[in-house]
Structures are given as C-alpha cells and as structure tokens.
Design a protein around this ligand. Sequence first.
Ligand code: ARG
Length: 467
Amino acid sequence: MTKAPEQTGASAMWGGRFAGGPSAVMQRINASIDFDKRLYAQDIRGSKAHCAMLVETGILSAEDGAAIQNGLERIRQEIESGQFVFRTELEDIHMNIEARLAELIGDAAGRLHTARSRNDQVATDFRLWVRDVLDGMNGALKDLQAALIDKAQAHADAVMPGFTHLQAAQPVTFGHHLLAYVEMFGRDRGRLHDARARLNECPLGAAALAGTPFPIDRHQTARELGFDRPSANSLDAVSDRDFALEFLAAAAICAVHLSRLAEELVIWTTAQFRFVTLSDAFTTGSSIMPQKRNPDAAELIRAKAGRVIGDLNALLVVMKGLPLAYSKDMQDDKEPVFEAADTMELSIAAMTGMIRDLSVNTLRLKEAAGAGFTTATDIADWLVRVAGVPFRQAHHITGRIVRLAEEQGCGLEDLSLIDLQAVDPRVTGELYGVLGTEASAASRTSFGGTAPANVIAAAKAARQRFL
Ligand code: ARG
C-alpha cells in the first residue's frame, strides 16, 4: 500500500509519485507566493471564467460549478480583508487558492483544474495583470501630458535659450520646450496601445502545452476575460512572454524620457540657471544648509530609469534561449514587471505633480535667452533674406560680428552701426530688428517651429490629439 501524500510530507497537488516532501531550501527557491500573490484577483477572475465554461460545455455539473464560484468569491473576500493565510509550502498563488477552495468546498474544488494547467493559468493571470498596468500607465501619462500642455499654453511666449550641446543656441519659447515632452509621452502611449493589442489573446485552455481532450470552448473564456481571441498555438500560448517584454520596453523608453525632463528640472532649478522654481511640496531642504531647496523627486526619477532599464534586461535574459514550452525560469518573469510597474506609477505621478506646481521665472528666462549671442543665426538669415548674401558667406560675416561683440564685451544688439558696417557694408539699421530674442522666436513660424503663435496652435492640437 502506498501512503497518502499527507502522511509522507509530499505535495497534495502532485504527491502521487513522490515518497517524500521537498527540503526547506527547495521550498524557498521554488516558491513564488511572496510576490505572485499580487495576481490573486486575476487568478480568481480566470478561474471563474474557466469554471463557467466547464459548466456550459457540460464538463462540470452546475452544482459543482456553483460551489466553486461561491468558494472563489469567499476567497477573494478573505484575501481583501487580510484574513487569508498564504503558505510558502503551497508555492504560488494558484495552489494557495486551490488548496483553500478544497478546505471550503471539499472534493468539487479538485474538478476546477480539469482541462487546465498552471502553465496556461499563470500566462492568463499575468496577461490580465499587465493589461491593467498598460491601461493605468496610459491614463497616468495622459494626466502628465495635460499638465505639460497647460503649462505650455500659459508660457507660450516666454523666451528662453534653446540649447545644443547644452550651449546656448537659439531663442525658443518655454511652451515649445514643454510640448516637446508632450510628443515623447504621446509616443510612449502609442507603444502601450500597440503592446495592448498584441497582448490581448487568451492562453487559457492551452493546458500544459498541447491542448486538452476535453470539449472546452476557448472562445468563450477569451470573451469572458475581455480578450480579443484565444491564442492560436498552445505551445506559444504557455511559453510567450512578449507581452511582458513589450511592456518593459515601452516602460524603459518612457523612463528615459522622464529622466531627461527630470535632468532639465535639476539644471533649471540651480542658482546658476534659476529658470523655474519647484514647489515646497516637491522639494526638500538640507539639515545643514538653510538656503537649500533640493529637487529630490527629479533626481530620483532620473535614477529610477536605471531600474526599469534593468528590469527589461533581466527578463530578456531570462527568456533568451528557453526551449519550448514552459520552463520554471519563467516564474522569474514577475518581479521585474512588478518593479517596473510600481516604479513607473510613482515616477509619472511625481513628475505630474512637479510640472503642475512649477513656477516659471519668465524674467530670468528672457535675460538668459540672449546670453551667448543666440540671435547670431538671425543676423545670417537677415543677410541672406534682405541683402541677398549666400548663406555660407553670411555665416562667415556673422562670425566676425560675434567676435567683435565678444571683444567689446557686449551683446550683438549693443554694437554700433558703424562697427557693423565696418565688418560688412551691406548691413543697415534694419538689422537691429532681428537682434531681439522675442523677434527671433516670433520669426520661427515654420511648421513645428517655436514662434508663440505656433505654440498656441500646437497646444490646442495636442489637446485634441492626446487628451
Ligand atoms: N508559479 C509558476 C509560475 O509563476 C506557475 C506555473 C508552474 N508550472 C509548472 N509547470 N511548474 O511560473
């Protein structure tokens, strides 16, 4: 006579062919319950859909089906009220819930796993979870875009220096600068949207890897769970984690965008720049230097991009070279995704708060806008437009004018007409009209350019495209 699993310490789930139980270390490395308990709601939802389908197809009696549905509902309440006892020896969320179901309703619980495996179960749960994250992140990015568009509209005509190489290049408007980020976060949302469309196929019913002999209806469970269709190949269904990788890739790119904006906030809030001021709500003081107002949230957002990039790499490496179909390696898919989802949620919320609260020092921006001879290109353009000078030659003449201003220690607009004409006699007094930073910005009316009129139109268009 073979002993029942409970007498040998072997698992109640697969103990049939085992004489003994796993060692303590084996339990620790094998268990995922500490983190995959986050999938409880998706696991219950998937089980309920599976159970309803089993009843409808006549695989399960209506009576057993009702007992299972009630039991699962009760387990949800136990988990949500904190009464549920998660047990490491039951390995993961799927077996924890199933074991509790058996305690609650007896033998009928054992019928729920008909025509299903943990392999298609976890793939389904995880897709449902990631799908919610994609939707949540899309909404959060939309809020961030709204904050940026509001600020951009309020400062559509505030001139500031635009940079290349972080060297003053040409005057731009503050609104235009912010709207650049609205485009980036718009593309991030596009990536989430695309990822969602490919994610939305249901693995449930692929069973362990080969499908099942039971007359299940995979279309019904797919529909019930809000998927567009059942996944077409059972081997692919249980071994695909592209949806997690696509989320992580989109998150990593978005984190990079956030880090660039964060970095600009860090630079802009220095005493040397003073372009913007962050609110008390989004800064910290120093315990020793009373004058300090540190942009910690921006610095942390900048730092956290590292984690998300790491999460993407972690899962890419887990998946690399895995033979079909399921391998236990794939249990390690969850923590990177959880970490990235939590990090993105916090980073986007903090960035949105900082932008909403941001005050813009327009006087300081204007003062900085002209520093570094940022209207030099306007002189060259004027020489081309008005005096008919070829651009390369105009560039050379302007270079000499800039050198003159540098020698005299003044701005381009402070040079005398006599000095300007000494460099090139084709210069007239009219040139002074293009030397101001506001005139410079206002002249850049080409599509997508920085002129205030463009920014107002672009902000309006962005509202329509994104909000
Ligand atoms: N906890 C496992 C995971 O997350 C569930 C699937 C287990 N399947 C198996 N064949 N051992 O991947």
